[in-house]
Design a protein around this ligand. Structure first.
Ligand SMILES: [Zn+2]
Length: 174
């Protein structure tokens, strides 16, 4: 019987949970004092689920664009050309005013909005479809009004991009 390798994070919690990331790594969360053999049994019981989750994540991974570091200069240039007019266009429609724009190399965050309403976008976002880029722009602009991910925040996004959920899917893989 093949055992599943996993990363274990113990914390002050009562239950165990298992998740599979985009690369197929298994992450198990468990209470601090839970014996290792019980955690192993927990993972083994869920081996079918883990296999399905890995297959699902592999499909998602395959749907995402391949981003090569050597393309960075091209994408940075593209970001500087494409983002300002998009930001102006949506900011005007949304009635918000960003204070500046930074292009970053962030790997896991496509965009962010500072407390002072300065927007940052990763050049990696440029490898995604335009519908996805527009969503990230609108998402960060919406943070100028809402510094959270509340219902009101997403309602604001929906008023500008009614199909925003499908756009999110383009960023995460289908
Ligand atoms: Zn956000």
């Amino acid at each position: 019987m093949e055992t599943i390798a996993y990363e274990l994070i113990r914390s002050k919690r009562r239950t165990m949970s298992v998740e599979v990331d985009l690369s197929g790594n298994v992450l198990v969360r468990a209470p601090r004092l839970m014996p290792k053999w019980r955690i192993d049994a927990f993972v083994k019981e869920r081996s079918d689920w883990i296999e399905r989750a890995r297959a699902r994540q592999a499909r998602r991974q395959a749907a995402l664009p391949t981003i090569r570091e050597e393309d960075k200069p091209f994408y940075v240039k593209q970001a500087k050309a494409i983002l300002p007019p998009k930001i102006d266009f949506y900011a005007q429609r949304m009635g918000v005013q960003p204070t500046g724009l930074t292009v970053t190399s962030a790997k896991t965050r496509f965009g962010s909005c500072s407390g002072k309403n300065r927007l940052s976008f990763s050049w990696r976002l440029m490898a995604y479809p335009e519908a996805a880029i527009d969503y990230v722009v609108v998402h960060e602009l919406a943070h100028i009004r809402y510094k959270d991910h509340s219902r009101a925040f997403y309602g604001f996004i929906e008023s500008v991009l009614p199909d925003y959920r499908e756009r999110i899917r383009l960023l995460k893989g289908a």
